[in-house]
Design a protein around this ligand. Structure first.
Ligand code: ADP
Length: 167
């Protein structure tokens, strides 16, 4: 049976934390669908198109483009999973707070879609402190986020907030 994984998230913007999860998910799944949440009512910093562009460019560094597909979803995660025939749902864990919330989600999702298995991937120690929220805050105040995001994302952030990055 082919292992098809859905990795849903906001990716606003993509961080080294997301990349770490993606890198490890490639060890578990044959195909990974990275699904960008574009729910009405949420006000992201980056448009859906910008978030996709950042992902498309960054995943090239993983050397597995034929196994990664990037798309959008605007409803339930289980519906997105059903639409692509996914049997695995990938989520990253940074700490106990993530775990408490993610356990509830995994339980609800399993009830709604018994054939899906949530896989929790622990954050590597080098990236577990990284959150997209803090990256947005730091970058918007002109701070240096080089250590927290892929190079192309850093460039996009620097253009948005008009600061310079060394390449
Ligand atoms: P969501 O709004 O669904 O939480 P995010 O883009 O913030 O969207 O996160 C998507 C997934 O990536 C989540 O499972 C989250 O736990 C995981 N993730 C985000 N940052 C990190 C990190 N630094 N280390 C490990 N996992 C992370």
């Amino acid at each position: 049976m082919s292992r098809i994984a859905l990795y849903p998230g906001s990716f606003d913007p993509l961080t080294n934390g997301h990349m770490d999860i993606l890198r490890h998910a490639l060890m578990l799944a044959d195909q990974i669908e990275v699904a960008i949440g574009v729910h009405a009512g949420k006000k992201p910093m980056f448009t859906a198109g910008e978030r996709k562009e950042m992902l498309v460019s960054a995943v090239q560094s993983l050397g597995a483009e034929e196994r990664i597909h990037i798309s959008y979803f605007d409803g339930l995660v289980v519906d997105a999973a059903r639409n692509i025939g996914a049997n695995l749902l990938i989520r990253g864990l940074r700490d106990g707070t993530d775990l408490d919330y993610e356990m509830q989600m995994a339980g609800m999702n399993k009830t709604m879609m018994p054939e899906i298995l949530t896989i929790f991937i622990p954050a590597s120690s080098t990236v577990r402190h990284i959150t997209a929220t803090l990256v947005r805050q730091i970058a918007s105040m002109g701070g240096d986020v080089t250590e927290f995001v892929p190079q192309n994302v850093n460039k996009t952030l620097s253009q948005k907030f008009s600061y310079s990055v060394s390449s």
